[in-house]
Design a protein around this ligand. Sequence first.
Ligand code: NAP
Length: 463
Amino acid sequence: MIVPWLERLLYLVAAVLFITGLKRLQSPETARRGNQISALGMLLAMVVTLLDDGIVSYGAIAAGLLVGGALGLWLARAVKMTAMPQTVAMLNGLGGGSSLLVASTEFLNLERRGLTATLDVAITTQVGVLIGAVTLTGSLIAFLKLQEVMSGRPITFAGQKTVNALLFAAILGLGMWVAIVPGVPLAVFFPFVALALVLGVMLVIPIGGADMPVVISLLNSYSGIAAAMTGFVIGNEVLVISGALVGSSGIILSQIMCKAMNRSLTNVLFGAFGATVTAGPKSATGLTVRSTSVEDAAVQLAYAQQVIIVPGYGLAVAQAQHQVRELMELIEKKGGVVKFAIHPVAGRMPGHMNVLLAEANIPYDKLFDMDDVNGEFERTDVALVIGANDVVNPAARTDPSSPIFGMPILNAEHAKRIIVLKRGMSAGFAGIENELFYDQKTQMLFGDAKGSLSKLVAEVKQA
Ligand code: NAP
């Protein structure tokens, strides 16, 4: 239905749209348009694919589009911002599952017709099957951990690495057998797929729920590689290009997260990090926290010349972004300057805080990256820490035994006063005590961030 040269040209246009869209995702100002451009690329790629002569049943495709489209629409509307990491995990898993199905179907089709693929296609097919299967079950475990259906704690047992190594060796052996030996019995192919599915589970269970964002980004990268492999198998260039884009961006994102946490990818994957500790009103060294009242905190904010707001995961949990904007506007009305200090791994996914604050229409020029704002804290009257913990923990600088030692942090402790909004003394993601909360200059305003901010807004209005 479509001439090959035109098909290739349109696929190329789709690939250019993907790349342009990705480029625009770099800044919150252009991200929305970037998303639309990528979606247009996807639409074009789908239309061109649907015009292919090899389409067997438009009815089945239409049914799939309807069901998938409706589910996608529902997900986009229903999923809360804080549940985004597990949603991405689920979507990655489905991407891996599709690659597994397409590559398996290609293999089974050849088998059924008694044909043999060339060695390169045979190997690519089995690599696609392997990565697709690992991505599917690995992402499913990541989803279950993040959704708290399964415990987020690392699941480890004696000899785990040996078991994994043996499993991998068995998969490699079976995979090579399937790829190299023509007319291999299906009794070899199916165990190969089953073991690959088990490997996905085994690779993700020892990783703590807290490290899941890095794992998800890595699995995202795997799903891209699996898609690219599938593209080679079925001879579809746009799938190769889009798979490679997903594969490389996933790896880059994983690296950015690891760097911002000062941890290696190996430590994330094999370090079994993330046991949770709850700190009390007294620190391990006997220091006591000082709590403050809404009235007191409101007076300090109303008369401050400069306030730096440090948002963290708790702000996303409380969904208090609109209240933050109201507070910002009130402080500015009273003559104060308000800046937001954004740590690269605040929250549970890169850019989490930027997206959250953008949702409340907080101007982008008020958001400052860590390196640009850290020097400002000394000149700041109040650092208002909202639901952030690890990203302001001085132990990252001072305590070589701390799991976050070496992670760059926001200099909230350098401000003249620090007001912390959180519900209690629970630890953050890293599961460790935070000396900042026991600092002489720090006052804790306990309560859900949304409730505390609403009360602060009311009080600052009166001040
Ligand atoms: P955090 O260290 O996880 O701390 C969040 C704090 O928010 C908790 O101590 C909690 O204390 C408080 N909180 C929870 N719900 C709240 C609510 N409704 N109202 C008020 N406070 C609430 O968060 P963070 O400082 O943003 O640090 C992020 C962490 O995630 C870092 O350790 C980072 O390495 C890790 N991480 C991030 C990414 C990423 O891409 N962003 C990826 C991987 C890992 P209470 O329960 O006492 O209220």
